[in-house]
Design a protein around this ligand. Structure first.
Ligand code: NAD
Ligand code: IPM
Length: 349
C-alpha cells in the first residue's frame, strides 16, 4: 500500500495520551482510504532529558528530515525548566525546518457553545509568524551597576515578514475573505511600523483582498466580542500565539484547537501539534480532550495530499462534538479521552 512516514513525538503530560488517541483515528481513516501511515515513534521528552541530558539525540533533526511529516503532542514538564525543554525540542524543529508559518484554524464546532459570548458561528484562520520576531534568541541577563537586567531583542527581517504576509494574503484570497493584520504601531516599538510597512507593500499585490490593521490589544477584545467579523488574522510570533489561545477559548476550549507549523516550500517536513501544552494539571488521568490532536491529524493528512481522508476526520469530529454525552471535562462533560477516541473512530464515514 501507498503510505507516508510520520514521526510521532508524544512528548510529555497529556501528549502521551492524546497522541496515541489521534494515531488510532488516523490509522482507521487511512485503512478506509487504502493508504498506510508508518509511524516512527520517538520518545523525546522531559523524561528522555532526565535520562540522557538532552531533549533529543544529536542526530535528532537529521532523523526527522527523513520523514514526510512530524506529529507532536506537547512538550513541557514541571520537572524540567521550560526554557530547556522548549528550546531543546520544539523551537529547534520549527527553525531547522524553516516552518515559518504557524496556522491555527478556529471555528465553532457543531454543538459547542462559545465560552465567552453567544454567537452562531465563526471561522477564523490565524497565521502566526513562527521563526523570528519576539522569539529571537538574542538577549540575556546582565549584571549592571544599576542591578540585574534581562534583555530580549525582537528581530523582524523584511524577508521573514514578507513571506509570512504573502502566505496570509494568499490564504485570504483563497477563502474569498478579508484579512486583519495584528499590529501595535501606536506603541513605541520599532518593529511594528516596519511590520505595517511590509504589510502595505505586500497588500499592493492583492488588490482583491480587503484588509485592515488592528492594534493587537483591540483585536483581542474583538476576538471575544465579535469573532464572527474575523476571517484571516495575521500576526507576529508572540501576538499570533496569544491570539491563538484566545480564539481557542472563544471556540470552547484549548482542547479543540489545532495548529500546523508549515514550511510552505515543501523542502522540509512540516509539524502538526495542538495549540495546548502538556497540561500537567490533568495529565495521567485519561480525561484530556483528544480533539485538538485529532484535528491536527486532519491538517496533516490534508498537507500530505489526503484531502478526502482529512475531510472524513473532520466529519467525525463534528459528529462527536454535536453529542453532549461525548464531551470531556474541559467542555463541561464527563467523557474520557478513550470514550471520545472510540466515538471518533466509530463516526468516521
Ligand atoms: P496548557 O495548554 O498545557 O494548559 C492550560 C490549561 O488548559 C490547563 O488547565 C489544562 O488542563 C487545559 N488543557 C490544555 N489542553 C487540554 C486538553 N487537550 N484537554 C483538556 N484540557 C486541556 O498550558 P500551560 O499549563 O501553560 O503549560 C503546561 C506545559 O506545557 C508547560 O511546560 C508549557 O511550557 C508547555 N507548553 C507546550 C506547548 C507545546 O508543546 N506546543 C504549548 C504550550 C505549552
Ligand atoms: C505554542 C507554545 C509555544 C510557543 C511555547 C511552549 C514555546 O505556546 O506552541 O504555541 O509559544 O510557541
Amino acid at each position: 500500500v501507498d503510505g507516508h512516514l510520520v514521526a510521532a513525538i508524544p512528548g510529555d503530560g497529556i501528549g502521551k495520551e492524546v497522541l496515541p488517541a489521534a494515531q488510532r483515528v488516523l490509522d482507521a481513516v487511512a485503512v478506509r482510504h487504502d493508504f498506510a501511515l508508518s509511524w516512527c515513534e520517538l520518545p523525546w521528552s522531559c523524561s528522555w532529558y532526565t535520562e540522557h541530558g538532552a531533549m533529543m539525540p544529536p542526530d535528532g533533526i537529521d532523523r526527522l528530515r527523513e520523514t514526510d511529516a512530524i506529529f507532536l503532542g506537547a512538550v513541557g514538564s514541571p520537572s524540567v525548566p521550560d526554557h530547556i525543554s522548549l528550546w531543546g525540542l520544539l523551537i529547534p524543529i520549527r527553525r531547522a525546518f524553516d516552518q515559518y508559518v504557524n496556522i491555527r484554524p478556529v471555528r465553532l464546532l457543531p454543538g459547542l457553545a462559545s465560552r465567552l459570548r453567544e454567537c452562531e458561528a465563526f471561522d477564523v484562520a490565524i497565521v502566526r509568524e513562527n521563526t523570528e520576531g519576539e522569539y529571537s534568541d538574542v538577549g540575556g541577563r546582565f549584571a549592571t551597576p544599576a542591578g540585574e537586567v534581562a534583555v530580549q531583542e525582537s528581530i523582524f527581517t523584511r524577508r521573514g515578514c514578507e513571506r509570512l504576509l504573502r502566505y496570509a494574503f494568499d490564504l485570504a484570497r483563497q477563502r474569498g475573505g478579508a484579512l486583519v493584520s495584528a499590529t501595535k504601531s501606536n506603541g513605541i516599538m520599532h518593529t511594528m511600523p516596519f511590520w505595517d510597512e511590509v504589510t502595505a507593500e505586500v497588500a499592493a499585490s492583492y488588490p482583491d483582498v480587503k484588509w485592515q490593521r488592528m492594534h493587537v490589544d483591540a483585536l483581542t477584545a474583538r476576538f471575544i466580542t465579535h469573532p464572527e467579523d474575523l476571517d484571516v488574522v495575521v500576526g507576529s510570533n508572540l501576538f499570533g500565539d496569544i491570539l491563538g489561545n484566545i480564539a481557542a477559548a472563544v471556540s470552547g476550549s484549548l482542547g479543540v484547537a489545532p495548529s500546523a507549523n508549515l514550511d510552505p516550500t515543501g523542502r522540509n517536513p512540516s509539524m502538526f501539534e495542538p495549540v495546548h501544552g502538556s497540561a500537567p494539571d490533568i495529565a495521567g488521568r485519561g480525561v484530556a480532550n483528544p480533539i485538538a490532536q485529532v484535528w491536527c491529524g486532519a491538517l496533516m493528512l490534508d498537507h500530505l495530499g489526503r484531502e478526502k481522508a482529512a475531510a472524513d476526520v473532520l466529519t467525525a469530529i463534528e459528529t462527536v462534538t454535536a453529542d453532549p454525552a461525548l464531551r470531556t471535562r474541559d467542555l463541561g462533560g464527563r467523557a474520557t479521552t478513550k470514550d471520545v477516541t472510540s466515538a471518533l473512530v466509530d463516526a468516521l464515514p
